[in-house]
Design a protein around this ligand. Structure first.
Ligand code: ASP
Length: 451
């Protein structure tokens, strides 16, 4: 049995849903289908989830949001018309949609917004199930509450409760094709909660783990995961096979093909993941697996992410002071900041954090506390940093990767602010000025892929 998840662009219009129908029917083992809300049909289009958020915010702020509601209804109406739904069916689905919007609980704004957001996935799942039935398939919409898809009570950022897996396992016994809405579930008390944005990937991974699927297919709008961001290098090489660990490192640094939290359930259950293109389903896609044979190139992918900053602290004989690191990080903890990396030298240490977490007031407080509480000689903050990661299982067995990378960066006149080789040895990270980031990625791509 396979679990197949279709993302927003795969379900953005009637034509796209027709492609999805053909994909599902082409393989009888695609038995659990997870759907996102309709996404963008073209670059300037708005995702249904964003239309729903605008509607929810309108209601919370002004008590009414007729235009926003109309925008949502018309997207679904167009889809159903394009799929040739009979009138009574359209009315039933739109009636349910209206009811869900009306009955969203208003006691807490964040819960209200979650209930509104979920309408996109829920309605789309009903539509896809009905469309499959029109095609003559035995297909059923599955409600996450009925299936026991229980999540923690964290609106907009929920997590699966471990006991859900046992209940979800029984989906395996159900007959026909099951169409499951992604992105949301319920607390055991029955409150609707969603994952963070893009969370339908997580739903698919959880279901694949629960039913011990042979494969979790994640259908999107690219042929594969690329070795580098195609916005920086046009037509980059595709990745055929990548390990969970490599994927994890790359998504940390900005690879956005697959939701960061979605790997864990599949990884724990040892379910391989295949990223495929709804618009070109015969392309083999990218397989994410636990082990792979190394194919000669030590570097599997290059990622970069901006908006980091570094808090640099120096103090003479710092390395002899027991507890210095702990006390330094405690200041960050008490200021509610999570840190990303802590490269260090003999008399100095830097704490890398995400820039948006550090406002000017916090910055001043932190600098003052480090001087006062740790008697630092010097503290300075550097903003506008980018982190570039090169990732590959093959790096562990190859000598000279760092030398190749740094000399490529030197040739491209990129000044390195920081180098960090992950303890796992499958990644190497370079801190550079944000303005140099693109040049750095291009230089590394040419070095390791030679084209
Ligand atoms: N529709 C939701 C979002 O746009 C979830 C998803 O598509 O995965 O974030």
């Amino acid at each position: 049995m396979k679990v197949a998840k279709f993302g927003g662009t795969s379900l953005a219009s009637a034509e796209q849903i027709q492609k999805v129908g053909a994909i599902i029917r082409a393989d009888a083992s695609r038995r659990i289908i997870v759907v996102s809300a309709p996404g963008k049909r073209f670059k300037e289009d708005v995702k249904v989830t964003d239309l729903l958020i605008a509607y929810g915010q309108g209601i919370l702020q002004r008590g009414t949001a007729e235009a926003e509601k109309e925008a949502v209804l018309s997207r679904f109406q167009q889809i159903m018309e394009g799929l040739g739904f009979p009138n009574h069916q359209k009315e039933e689905i739109l009636g349910d949609l209206n009811k869900a919007l009306r009955s969203a609980p208003k006691d807490r704004p964040e819960r209200f917004l979650d209930a509104i957001k979920a309408v996109g996935e829920d309605t789309n799942a009903r539509i896809v199930a009905h469309y499959l039935r029109l095609l003559g398939e035995e297909a059923f919409y599955v409600n996450p509450w009925d299936a026991g898809f229980y999540l923690t009570d964290e609106a907009g950022n929920a997590q699966i409760l471990p006991e859900s897996y046992d209940r979800l396992r029984s989906l395996k016994e159900r007959k026909g094709i099951l169409v499951f809405p992604g992105f949301f579930g319920y607390t055991p008390e029955g409150v609707l909660v969603t994952f963070s944005r893009g969370g339908s990937d997580i739903t698919g991974s959880i279901l694949a783990a629960a039913v011990q699927a042979e494969l979790y297919e994640n259908f999107t709008d690219v042929d594969a995961i690329y070795t580098v961001n195609p916005r920086i290098i046009p037509n980059p090489r595709e990745i055929q096979e990548i390990t969970y660990r490599e994927m994890r490192e790359l998504s940390y640094a900005g690879f956005s093909v697959f939701h960061e939290e979605a790997l864990l359930p599949a990884y724990r259950a040892g379910i391989p993941v295949c990223v495929k293109n709804t618009n070109n389903p015969s392309a083999p896609g990218t397989m994410i697996v636990s082990e792979r044979t190394l194919n000669g190139n030590p570097v599997t992918g290059i990622a970069s992410e901006q908006n980091f900053c570094s808090v640099f602290v120096s103090k003479y004989l710092l390395h002899r002071e027991i507890g210095f690191g702990r006390r330094l990080l405690q200041i960050f903890e008490e200021e509610g900041l999570s840190y990303e990396h802590t490269p260090s030298g003999i008399d100095n240490i830097s704490v890398i954090i995400r820039e948006q977490a550090l406002d000017r007031a916090k910055e001043e407080r932190i600098v003052e506390r480090i001087y006062k509480e740790l008697n630092a000689d010097h503290v300075s903050i550097e903003r506008d940093l980018a982190l570039i990661m090169i990732v590959g299982e093959g790096m562990r067995e190859n000598i000279g990767i760092a030398a190749r990378a740094t000399s490529a960066l030197a040739k491209a006149k990129v000044n390195l602010e920081m180098i960090n080789q992950g303890s796992s040895e499958v990644s190497m990270m370079f801190g550079v000025k944000a303005a140099d980031a693109e040049r750095a990625v291009i230089a590394l791509y040419h070095e390791f892929y030679g084209d």
